[in-house]
Design a binder for this molecule. Sequence first.
Ligand code: ZN
Length: 444
Amino acid sequence: MHIGIRRSAVATALAFSVALLAAGAAGAGVPTSGTGSHVGVEYFPDPAGEGARTSVPADSPHTQSAADARRRTAAPSEDGEVVPLAETGPTADRLDVTIIGDGYTAAEQDDFIEDARIKWDEVTDIDPYKSYAGLFNVWAVKAVSQDSGVTGDPSRDAVRDTALGSYFWCGDTERLICVDLGRTKTYADKAPATDLVIVISNSTKYGGAGYSGLAADYGYDGVSTLSSDNDRSTLIAAHEMAHSVGLLADEYQYAGYGDYPYPEPAYPNASTLTVNEMAAKRAKWASWLGEPDPSGGVVGAFEGADYYEYGVHRPTENSIMRALNTDQFNLPGREAMIAGFYRSANALTPLVDTSATASRFTRLAVGLADLGPGLSRPQLRWYVDGREAKQARGKTLVLPAVLGVPADKRTHKVTATVVDATSAVRSSAVRDLTSNFATWTVTR
Ligand SMILES: [Zn+2]
């Protein structure tokens, strides 16, 4: 399923940030002009610190040409081969994550597959990814590089010829790994479907980045880069995917940014409202105020978020959306992520065509996403003309006659619903999003 782009205020904030940088107010050596197009990117210079944003070229100076790749790669090439790492359901009902390796030679493709498995295991060890891993398909796409390793590792002058041209020292920042977005798309398009991309650069050195808001140009919202053999880099992907999936704001601020210049943002985890205003209006994360939070402390309204210092608040003192010294999403963040999972995925897939009329003795079957114990609490129920057939709760295969569809000449509706009863959701709007259903028309 397709997931939406980030709100334009981010682009505005980013443009402001780039303008500041261009004016020499902060940073150094950031490319602000040139012939190629530039895109916004987020990175985490310190493996346990807060993020930062800048603008970087969409292409890479270190990408091997496709012709070179063909010429150099021994036939038969595995280049572009897709290996399903997790295939949990039809792409229409799942979030599809495509993982591509860079800096892996033809002889190292098995290493890439192993690294991709390990990275996905690490991401899905973090809630709410952990509890909802069954809503994801994961596709590994092999990209054969001429050289092993990536540019900028171990030293700045180390140049390598790789399929995606990923490189440390992007924008003069050692830990910022940029990638050629066009070449990345070439490989991502080989997967059956792609909602999010993760590029794994073959390196032990800490680094990574997150591109988001790419949907209009690339067809998927986000690309996360990270180094293969550094476990801190996994948190970068967990953070970046949250922008694309949960539509979450960054919860950090920049010194000198001052007052928030925007009206109330659409982000579920940033608000101009104070605790008292939020509680009075029952707005944003009001239902979580005062709750002990997994990131530590209690949920409140802490000043400083969405890059600004004053007049805008985040739900908790710290969280993975503020700094990578924690792997915990806060409670409002988790709820927003769960909403995002269900915007792009369905826990229930009808296995019998819902557009064809069924009879009382047509076997109606549904597939359920395998959502294990944890935050997720999906409950399957069946209804005949809106009345629940309680004896069928949890059954994935039913007969309308047994559900109670009468043998009259009339037309009846049989509906299967799955509602996620997780306590991690308090908003009725989000609860509605977690409700997936299928309806059949039954006669005779
Ligand atoms: Zn971020």
